[in-house]
Design a protein around this ligand. Structure first.
Ligand SMILES: O=C(O)CCC(=O)C(=O)O
Ligand SMILES: [Fe+2]
Length: 222
């Protein structure tokens, strides 16, 4: 059923990984179009659409552990954590594992884990401006977003807006959530937001983490 084969076609188009490292160093964020293999995006999109149609997603919340709450006024997506259950997920996660190695070699970040979830934003959903790493907890170091929608219509909304780390009122990039596009940024410093979408919007949000156990408090992944 799925035609993607990572031994004949790489998940990342070859120059992308080096460009990601350079952009993270220079400006703290990276956005590239046609960076993730389109057949793989298609397979992942199919998998997520199937879950959305069969009520197999959970409403996303904010905060972790006991501080986890549903807040539709803050974020309106429904998610499913990647668990390597499909070939497509394994390809995607393996590629992120390669990126993790590259980031560790080039930037000495000590990243030791990657967690990612599918995200489905129904029409009307958005995610208010936020940072991905919680204050005082250096758990999420680098955020990644892979977009899965094959054709994003003009005026479809749902862009991810990236803001300047030193001035959160200053927009520095607006990302159209179209298959093949990949975004990556420093989780602790780059404010970003998902604008209200007018179409069902599919993506994979993921985070490279560093082990963080502060004051003897265990730091759960989610
Ligand atoms: O889907 C996106 O463009 C970004 C999602 C996001 O910011 C998040 O899940 O933390
Ligand atoms: Fe985010």
């Amino acid at each position: 059923m799925m035609s993607f084969n990572s031994t004949t076609s790489p998940v990342f188009t070859p120059p992308a990984q080096g460009a990601i490292v350079d952009a993270l160093v220079e400006q703290g964020w990276y956005v590239g179009q046609n960076v993730i293999n389109l057949e793989l995006c298609q397979a992942l999109h199919r998998e997520l659409s199937h879950m959305a149609e069969h009520d197999a997603l959970e409403d996303a919340g904010v905060g972790r552990g006991r501080q986890h709450h549903l807040r539709k006024d803050i974020r309106g997506d429904a998610i499913h954590w990647l668990d390597r259950e499909s070939e497509a997920q394994r390809h995607y996660l393996n590629a992120m594992g390669e990126l993790q190695q590259l980031l560790n070699q080039a930037l000495f970040l000590g990243l030791f884990e990657y967690e990612a979830h599918f995200a489905h934003y129904p029409p009307g959903a958005f995610y208010q401006r936020h940072l991905d790493s919680f204050r005082g907890r250096a758990n999420r170091v680098i955020s990644t977003v892979g977009y899965l929608n094959p054709h994003w219509p003009n005026n479809g909304g749902g862009e991810m807006v990236i803001y300047h780390p030193g001035d959160p009122s200053q927009e520095v990039a607006r990302v159209i959530p179209e298959a093949g596009t990949f975004a990556c940024f420093l989780s602790e410093t780059i404010p970003h937001e998902v604008m209200p979408t007018h179409h069902p919007r599919s993506s994979i949000a993921g985070w490279f983490r560093r082990n963080a156990s502060l004051g003897g408090v265990l730091d759960p992944a989610r």
